[in-house]
Design a protein. Structure first.
Length: 346
């Protein structure tokens, strides 16, 4: 659970320090470290078959991260939204010094409204509620399929350590491919298309007869290949939806929104262990269920707006409609434009 919370905080901070041009690239490259951890986990599990030794070794590797408390900067956007102006200026001056630039003379504009984010803001209006529920649905599906494929790798036959390592290694090309696709085709198309492809790969695993022998039979090899492809595409969807969700919500509730999505991923991962257990009832059930959820999530994803190349939302006013249709004196449609908050762009 703590690792999930840490991932959310690191991702949000990285997103807010990155311009729209490089946001997808840096945000998705972050997942390469997760993928490296999966390969290391496979190696440690092979070297330390006792689960207590494996757990102790895995926990010990996180100890050096404690020093990041003094090295990690605070989010400037978060400081401005919470009216900590002087502290934000200090960070800006430090950034300018490191990059050998002069801090501009113009004053950083303060937000006119300071709003404390809370869980209720995820359901502030119909549009925000729709975003929150669809993000929850997509991330629950991603958690189910991502961990479902990982857990089921040991049931595909052959060497369980090699099978798990392969499903982890495929994430490296997946992450690099997602960067290109998310920038070129947008977050919506990238997420939806990869969910559909993951569905197809899962169906392929269902259609290939299983062979529980430890020998590398043709069926076993093809099932592992299709499972690796399913992991490839669901990792694409995972990475692109992470960036997408961060851009859908404003700064003051961005961490809240991603935490809400992470809860959905945890729910999906918990369900994955039970879904994989269904192989005892019928070998087609686990991947059949995963294929169904991929298909329905790809459909609901099309109801979210595209955020590629758009500036990040900052305050509560950015969540509300920018105009309200009215009728003028001639009985024609008119619009009352709402005042927008003006914030410095980083």
């Amino acid at each position: 659970m703590h690792v999930g919370v840490l991932m959310v905080i690191v991702f949000v901070l990285l997103t807010e320090y990155t311009s729209a041009r490089h946001r997808a690239k840096l945000g998705i490259y972050l997942f390469n470290f997760w993928s490296a951890g999966l390969l290391l986990l496979a190696l440690l599990a092979y070297l330390l078959p006792n689960w207590r030794d494996l757990l102790l070794a895995s926990a010990a590797m996180g100890t050096p991260c404690l020093c990041y408390w003094w090295l990690t900067p605070e989010s400037i956007r978060w400081l401005l939204v919470r009216d900590k102006y002087d502290e934000a200026i200090k960070y800006l001056a430090k950034i300018a010094k490191v990059n050998k630039k002069e801090l501009p003379d113009e004053e950083v504009k303060r937000p006119d409204v300071v709003e404390e984010g809370s869980f209720r803001h995820l359901f502030l209006n119909l549009e925000t509620t729709k975003k929150s529920l669809i993000v929850f649905d997509i991330w629950a599906t991603v958690g189910l399929v991502y961990y479902g494929v990982s857990y089921s790798s040991v049931d595909l036959g052959w060497n369980p350590y090699v099978a798990f390592a392969l499903t982890g290694a495929i994430e490296f090309p997946s992450n690099f491919g997602t960067v290109w696709a998310a920038d070129r085709y947008g977050r919506k198309k990238t997420t939806a298309l990869n969910l559909i492809c993951a569905c197809v790969a899962a169906v392929a695993v269902v259609m290939i007869p299983s062979d529980q022998s430890k020998k590398a039979s043709v069926n076993t090899i093809f099932r592992i290949i299709m499972a690796v492809f399913a992991k490839f595409f669901i990792t694409n969807a995972y990475a692109s939806s992470y960036v997408w969700a961060a851009e859908l919500f404003p700064t003051f509730i961005r961490s809240m929104a991603l935490s809400f999505g992470s809860v959905a991923t945890i729910v999906g991962s918990i369900c994955a262990s039970y879904v994989i257990w269904l192989i005892r009832i019928h070998p087609m059930l686990p991947y059949g269920i995963m294929a169904f959820f991929c298909l329905q999530s790809s459909f609901v994803a099309m109801f979210l707006p595209e955020t590629n190349g758009q500036p990040t939302l900052e305050t509560i006013l950015d969540m509300k409609p920018k105009s309200v249709p009215t009728l003028n004196e001639n009985g024609q449609d008119d619009c009352i434009q709402e005042e927008k908050l003006e914030l410095v762009s980083f």
